[in-house]
Design a protein around this ligand. Sequence first.
Ligand SMILES: C[S@@+](CC[C@H](N)C(=O)[O-])C[C@H]1O[C@@H](n2cnc3c(N)ncnc32)[C@H](O)[C@@H]1O
Length: 349
Amino acid sequence: MAGGKERKSKHTAAAGQRFQGGIQFLKTKGQHILKNPLIVQSIVQKAGLKSTDIVLEIGPGTGNLTMKLLEVVKKVIAVELDPRMVLELQRRVQGTSYSSHLQVIQGDILKTQLPYFDVCVANIPYQISSPITFKLLSHRPIFRCAIIMFQREFAMRLVARPGDPLFCRLSVNTQLLARVSHLLKVGKNNFRPPPKVDSSVVRIEPKHPLPSVSFKEWDGLIRLCFNRKNKTLGAIFRQKTVLSSIEKRYRTHQSLQDSEQMQKLDGEDIVMLGDVSNDTSMAIEGCDYQDMDTLEDEADLQAPSSFKDKVLGILKEGGFEDKRSSKLTQDDFLRLLDIFNNAGFFFAS
Ligand SMILES: C[S@@+](CC[C@H](N)C(=O)[O-])C[C@H]1O[C@@H](n2cnc3c(N)ncnc32)[C@H](O)[C@@H]1O
């Protein structure tokens, strides 16, 4: 009996953690509400907001952050998926002087066309971390900065530098497009209900102007290089699957050189960077040969080993053969892409 009673009281306490204002928080929607006002205050302070700013808030929830933002900026546009949260937020702001400064859009942020904004401030559901980061970075006109709460490990990957253990494709792609810095560590107990993982607030400041590089090309190369980030590039580019995918593109490129397809604008490129959602997935795509018949000729069929020599020769000449992706800087990757492209090798899928 006693054991039964104890189980019941534990259950009641846990359930209490998941309610506020009659709303049951759903983990499936990443609903972990920031309950510590000091953290909310600190996020708003670190955002460096101006009274003239329009702020985009992703997932306002019950509005703890929204209310603080409304105290300092001209307008908050909040995009929230859950209609129960939308109602709660509207109820909270109703009858206050802030109501005319808040616009609530009910919907999925990933499917919503983003409005104009100066700064994005958000405690996001962690399951959309990667796609939302790249959706923001592809948004135009460019915004001043984004101050976002991420799962700690994701945050540390975003800010990791060459040589750091967490340095990965996500770090390289983000840092091509933005300056990123770690602002604040936030422990689990600052949320209701507490998530399983710790969190961190990161500042993302889009670069302006962006480096002049095709992002599809860039990501195609980076994907290969981080296929096995601790192997030398020589070892990676010796792999059959890697050589096959490069060779396929090489041949396609040769045959399309004069066609319109080669003149695609880079502007549409960044959107595809959202595909890095699963950064640990390093599958190499584009290795099937189904469409090769029309492109192959006798000389091409005899090419494999000379093709490999050519690729390895480029790496060697550039001084990259013995280098490892985990230690390369952004300038190194830009130079590597440049020498490959100049030799007629391309990486965009
Ligand atoms: C971590 S909670 C943050 C709540 C609030 N901003 C706070 O700090 O207390 C994430 C919020 O995002 C909402 N949400 C989840 N997926 C979303 C999506 N795809 N688009 C917009 N909002 C979403 C959830 O309903 C929830 O209110």
